[in-house]
Design a protein around this ligand. Structure first.
Ligand SMILES: Nc1ncnc2c1ncn2[C@@H]1O[C@H](COP(=O)(O)OP(=O)(O)OP(=O)(O)O)[C@@H](O)[C@H]1O
Length: 592
């Protein structure tokens, strides 16, 4: 990313605050003029005191001069303080507003991206979070520094340079001459450092991601006593990071010394040049102080140049990752225009192939029909492609080739949010949001009354357990057990009341009694709806109107339980294995 590119990307965020910007620029102009007053007054003072001394005047004669100088300096300081306050306040206001807008914009943007965006290894949660945090902080720092530091300093520098040229052409040339040398060195420094900084960003992303994954996997780590291994992995990364940091600092110190040397040479030049002009009578003695102060005004921002380069460079590098996320319009969830008034759930898949973004082919030439208002069970061994199929039917992913037709209309033509409003999805492990139980159930229908929430909980057989908790429906939902959380997800489904239901092993986490209860409530909700259920539970499979058997991404059998069993193919093998694992003989004996 180049600087002009950065400003182009940032402009839409600054645009709403144009007035604030103009006010800051106006104050900057006044501030930079006021900043030169000290140099002018110093020359005036030295020259006039010198005159008084030469004329053998007493202190009494100098009182008028001193009063005048004091009034001017105090007056200038007063104006300067007000200007600085205004500049800092407006600059800060701009920073806070832009930071808020950037953060809000990126959240709204990532919410609009398709699922594949989140499942890509490039965008693991820790990495995304670091890129967003670093992007927002360095961009807002840039905006703030630009208006509080960079702009006023450079305006001062420019005005001081003009004053230097007015004072003497050669003195002006020295002031001007230092600028390109400094720019060149700072640019070289920035260029050399950019590789280190980029690597630093990757280290930070990996570190954040590593810590998040450590916390998520803590139970497994502890149960296998892998703490030393994990600590060692972290240490290796930490050492690489330190090495990179040390090299960055070393390089910075070398460049800082070079720049300091150049600047001091400039001061020496100014002193020698002005002393020469004073001695040959072209300038008054006050000019020495005057020129040194002006040169100081020119070189002060240049002294900060490497810092400013660093900030800009940080912003350039970090904003790359940030704007990549913000402007990944190709990742936007695809949506058509068709808004269905009612859905039946008549799915027709024609030669569907599907590859995940990492290249894994999960579905191979799948063709099938799913009958509306019927229950279809998807059966197959682990990795057969069952969940992938549901992902495609819910439009989380698009087929790589082939077509999916729903109620006679290509799924791609559907308006995605409207379609999802009519589809309910219960997964094996459902997400519970931070918040109360009531809030989590109400996620299914934000307008549901308390009675409706309770009714849904009753249907999901969780109401009794909720009311027994000390804070009832206001209890923290994260405290619920896995099986209870599953029933919260089913209660959400009751509130949503969708026409089509996808159930991906909905009872996998439940105990036998809960499974039995949920089965009853699922039976109730299944009525007159299209239901697709993935299950490893015999009872749920044989209850289905149609069974579709998948193997290695392909549909291998389809039909009724008895038909499929008689075929003695894949279904027969899976069913027998399931039945054997139940140890039916012993169960039958016990029940007898
Ligand atoms: N996000 C993903 N990225 C890449 N490959 C994936 C992704 N999700 C699943 N796969 C792969 O796609 C194939 C099908 O997986 P899928 O989850 O659809 O199987 P499944 O039949 O639902 O299995 P299970 O019964 O174990 O849930 C597997 O080989 C799996 O490794």
């Amino acid at each position: 990313m180049t600087i002009s590119n950065l400003f182009r990307h940032l402009y839409p965020f600054v645009k709403p605050y144009r007035k604030l910007l103009l006010a800051t620029l106006f104050l900057t102009a006044i501030g930079s003029l006021a900043a030169q007053v000290n140099a002018l007054i110093l020359r005036y003072t030295v020259d006039h005191v010198n005159e008084l001394l030469l004329a053998n005047k007493t202190l009494k004669d100098g009182i008028k001069l001193l009063t005048f100088i004091s009034i001017v300096l105090i007056g200038k300081e007063l104006i300067y303080s007000l200007v600085q306050f205004g500049q800092k306040f407006y600059g800060e206001k701009l920073r806070i507003f832009i930071s808020r807008d950037l953060s809000q914009a990126i959240v709204e943007k990532i919410l609009s991206y398709r699922l594949a965006y989140y499942t890509s290894t490039e965008n693991e949660s820790g990495k995304l979070q670091t890129r967003i945090d670093l992007g927002v902080s360095s961009l807002t720092r840039l905006v703030q520094n630009f208006f509080i530091d960079i702009l006023p300093l450079f305006a001062n520098s420019l005005v001081a340079l003009v004053f230097m040229f007015f004072a003497n052409f050669y003195v002006g040339l020295v002031g001007l001459g230092i600028i390109p040398i400094y720019f060149y060195i700072s640019q070289l420094q920035a260029k050399k450092l950019s590789g280190f900084r980029r690597r630093m960003r990757t280290y930070r992303e990996n570190k954040n991601n590593g810590i998040i994954s450590l916390i998520e996997s803590i139970t497994v780590i502890k149960s296998f006593v892998r703490e030393p291994l994990e600590a060692e992995k972290h240490k290796a990364m930490q050492f690489d990071m330190t090495e990179n940091q040390m090299q960055t600092r070393q390089l910075s110190f070398v460049f800082d010394s070079i720049k300091s040397f150049v600047e001091q040479n400039g001061v020496v030049f100014i002193i020698i040049l002005t002393a020469y002009f004073v001695l040959n009578g072209t300038m008054s003695i006050g000019a020495i102080m005057f020129h040194i102060l002006l040169f100081n005004n020119v070189s002060a921002p240049i002294r900060q140049l490497h810092r400013i380069y660093d900030e800009v460079n940080d912003a350039l590098i970090n904003s790359e990752g940030f704007f990549d996320i913000l402007e990944a319009d190709q990742e936007k969830e695809p949506s058509g225009q068709f808004i269905p008034t009612q859905l039946k759930g008549d799915f027709e898949l024609k030669n569907v192939d599907f590859f995940y973004p990492n290249g894994t082919q999960a579905l191979k030439n799948v063709s099938m029909s799913i009958q509306p208002n019927k229950i279809t069970a998807l059966v197959g061994l682990s990795g057969a492609g069952k969940s992938t199929l549901i992902n495609l039917l819910d439009k989380f992913y698009e087929p790589s080739s082939g077509e999916i037709i729903l109620d006679g209309v290509n799924l791609n033509a559907y308006h995605t949010p409207s379609l999802r409003h009519k589809i309910g999805l219960v997964l094996q492990k459902n997400h519970i949001f931070k918040g109360t139980i009531a809030e989590n159930i109400r996620y299914g229908n934000l307008n549901a009354s308390n009675e409706e929430v309770e009714d849904a909980a009753r249907k999901a057989y969780i109401h009794e357990q909720i009311v027994q908790m000390p804070q009832g429906y206001n209890s923290n939902a994260n405290l619920l057990s896995g099986g209870q959380q599953q029933r919260i997800a089913i209660a959400r489904l009751f509130l949503k009341d969708p026409a089509i239901i996808f159930l991906d092993e909905p009872t996998a986490n439940l105990d036998a009694i809960a499974t039995e209860q949920i089965k009853k409530s699922l039976d109730a909700i299944k009525k007159d709806r299209t239901v697709i259920i993935i299950s490893h539970s015999i009872s749920q499979i044989i209850d289905a109107d149609t069974i579709i058997v998948m193997d290695n991404g392909q549909v291998v059998e389809q039909g009724l339980h008895e038909e499929l069993y008689d075929k003695q193919g894949t279904y027969f093998r899976i069913f027998n294995a399931m039945a054997n694992s139940l140890n039916i003989e012993k169960i039958a004996k016990t029940l007898n």
